[in-house]
Design a protein around this ligand. Structure first.
Ligand SMILES: [Fe+2]
Ligand SMILES: [Fe+2]
Length: 296
């Protein structure tokens, strides 16, 4: 009996490394709780996004290292091009999330820098001590996590982006779109390098637990700084993440797909629905890509 055929990356896929620039500090100063005037939701995103810059540098390094170890001649040209564009997209995301984090430090959360330093040290340790294929397994799993978040925003919890004020809303939508576009690049490279199922499955467990712990530490700090680390806000934090309509419960069915041996990220294609659902924000992002009249 023939098994189910694994989905594949669409041959027409085009990754676009868009450039956006926003002023986060100005918006935070206008409203510190820019997500629905809710400190818990705002700090959820502040904490989550603070993981991105160093995380994304880790992703770029692992893709580069496996590509170089494998040798360019052993990788299909289309995948090689996607790796290049994936690196460009992640570099741009890193820059914007660095700016967001700097705005947070300026606003009165200086320890965010310390958290980042710790992440930098952990990444340096991993690069020295873990094989490139192991780091790529962690990257492919993390990419599934971010693509799952994008999926959640589009189909199940659009409120999580719609209730964010500008420019946080636009940044989240822009980032979600590019995470969807490059969701299979590291997965495909991992398959090309003949990475094992067990390594990729255990990496998913590890990165999920690691992300949740680091997220919680940062959320605790941000709420503590505001004098809001009390029973009421802790309850709200638990409900947001673990409650009946919480983010992790909604994310779980999608995350679990990753454990199927024949899983492939392009079993679902969220691009068109994302563009349609967030048309206004996407128009603004596209406009930012056009050369300005002064530059002409
Ligand atoms: Fe990213
Ligand atoms: Fe990514």
């Amino acid at each position: 009996m023939l098994g189910k055929r694994r989905a594949q990356t669409p041959s027409t896929l085009k990754l676009l490394a868009r450039s956006v620039r926003f002023n986060y500090l100005e918006s935070m100063q206008k409203n510190r709780y820019w997500h629905d005037n809710d400190p818990v939701k705002t700090h959820f995103f502040n904490a989550l996004q603070a993981l991105f810059p160093e995380g994304e540098r880790f992703f770029m390094d692992s893709a580069r290292d496996v590509r170089d170890e494998l040798g360019k001649g052993n990788i299909p040209p289309a995948l090689l091009e996607q790796i290049q564009l994936f690196i460009r997209q992640e570099a741009m995301h890193g820059r914007e999330h660095d700016n967001w984090s700097e705005a947070l430090i300026e606003l009165g959360y200086p320890a965010m820098e310390m958290f980042d330093e710790k992440l930098k040290r952990d990444n340096a340790w991993s690069r020295k001590n873990l094989a490139p294929i192991t780091r790529l397994a962690m990257t492919a799993a993390s990419e599934h996590f971010t693509a799952s978040l994008a999926h959640l925003f589009i189909y199940h919890r659009p409120d999580l982006v719609e209730k964010a004020e500008s420019p946080f809303r636009e940044l989240l939508i822009y980032h979600a779109l590019e995470e969807v576009e490059h969701k299979a690049v590291c997965y495909d490279l991992y398959q090309q390098a003949e990475g094992s199922y067990w390594k990729r499955a255990s990496a998913m467990v590890f990165v999920t637990v690691d992300l949740l712990l680091r997220l919680r530490n940062r959320m605790q700090y941000l709420l503590e700084q505001d004098g809001l680390w009390d029973a009421k806000h802790r309850r709200a934090m638990r409900a947001l993440i673990w409650g009946k309509d919480g983010i992790m419960r909604a994310l779980a069915p999608f995350l679990l797909q990753y454990f199927r041996p024949d899983f492939h990220p392009w079993e679902t294609d969220e691009r068109r629905d994302l563009m349609e659902r967030f048309r206004e924000e996407m128009d603004l992002i596209e406009k930012m890509q056009e050369p300005s009249a002064d530059a002409a």
